[in-house]
Design a protein around this ligand. Structure first.
Ligand SMILES: *[C@@H]1O[C@H](CO)[C@@H](O)[C@H](O)[C@H]1NC(C)=O
Ligand SMILES: *[C@@H]1O[C@H](CO)[C@@H](O)[C@H](O)[C@H]1NC(C)=O
Length: 192
């Protein structure tokens, strides 16, 4: 199903909020982000793509900007060590160029991601990516189908109930007619 509904994370005010929340350096480090807006669907994986230039071995750190502040995702030094946060174990894959792949994304993964490249001297540079999570529309369609089926079943039941009512009324009428046909004979009998 290709129809998607996009969560409204990609508003500019949010990007501005992200950028103002950052301390942007200018030094020998270069952080290049080809796409600042990335979209993925629920249960799919998303690549937060970045490329960097840095003299010496850098430390690369990815964090998510959440209402509680910066949430650490992964920190690594290529060829040395890597430190993945517990909540991201098993669903994070890092690449040589500094990019990460987040698998099995959920709606709560939507938001602002910050990559920080730090060199041995301690200078650093940040980059920002906004991740949108698309919610497949078929979940809503499924709901509509269920509601329609329930309504259809109710209407069938109502029609059946009306039919029963109608039949009872007819039966009652027939009984009354039979009785009133009999009644004069009774009266005649009693008159005698
Ligand atoms: C970095 O590497 C990953 C995995 O090979 C790739 O998907 C991504 O496009 C690369 N990013 C850039 C900016 O080249
Ligand atoms: C890994 O991260 C945790 C929490 O994010 C921190 O307490 C720990 O010191 C880190 N370890 C290394 C080797 O950086």
């Amino acid at each position: 199903m290709l129809l998607m509904r996009t969560r409204s994370w990609n508003n500019n005010s949010f990007l501005i909020l992200c950028l103002t929340g950052l301390y942007l350096h200018t030094n020998g480090i270069m952080v290049l982000i080809p796409h600042h807006f990335v979209s993925a669907s629920v249960d799919e994986s998303a690549i937060l793509s970045v490329e960097y230039r840095c003299t010496g071995v850098p430390t690369i750190r990815w964090r998510q900007l959440s209402p509680q502040g910066m949430k650490s995702i992964i920190t690594w030094e290529p060829g040395n060590y890597q430190n993945i946060s517990e909540s991201y174990q098993d669903r994070i894959q890092e690449y040589r160029n500094g990019s990460i792949q987040l698998s099995n994304v959920q709606l709560y993964d939507a938001g602002c991601y910050v990559v920080t490249v730090t060199d041995k001297v301690g200078s650093s540079k940040d980059g920002v990516i906004i991740l949108n999570i698309n919610e497949p529309v078929y979940k809503d369609l499924y709901f509509v189908v269920v509601v329609t089926t329930v309504l259809f079943a109710i209407s069938i039941l109502l029609m059946f109930f009306l039919w029963i009512c109608n039949q009872s009324v007819e039966l009652y009428k027939m009984k009354r007619r039979a009785q009133s046909a009999k009644a004069p004979t009774d009266m005649e009998l009693s008159a005698l």
